[in-house]
Write a new protein. Structure first.
Length: 77
């Protein structure tokens, strides 16, 4: 079962839920203020190995806007 990320527009908290894909877009209740939250796109990072064995990022990772942190998301207002 995948983990989905959600953001609460009331308190700006970002939280994760383990849900089946069929329920991914359902409204989720914020763990902090009990208000309805909405699903946000998750970011991820991957690495690859070059011919010499060195590692290099391929994409993903933290968003470059700087508005999000581990506990809040300024962009979901």
């Amino acid at each position: 079962m995948p983990v989905y990320e959600y953001c609460c527009p009331k308190c700006n908290a970002k939280f994760e839920l383990l849900r089946p894909a069929s329920r991914a877009d359902e409204i989720a209740i914020c763990e902090h203020c009990q208000s309805p939250g909405h699903r946000v796109l998750s970011t991820f990072a991957t690495i690859r190995r070059g011919a010499g064995g060195e590692t290099a990022p391929m994409g993903g990772g933290a968003p470059s806007c700087g508005g999000c942190s581990a506990t809040s998301c300024a962009t979901c207002r």
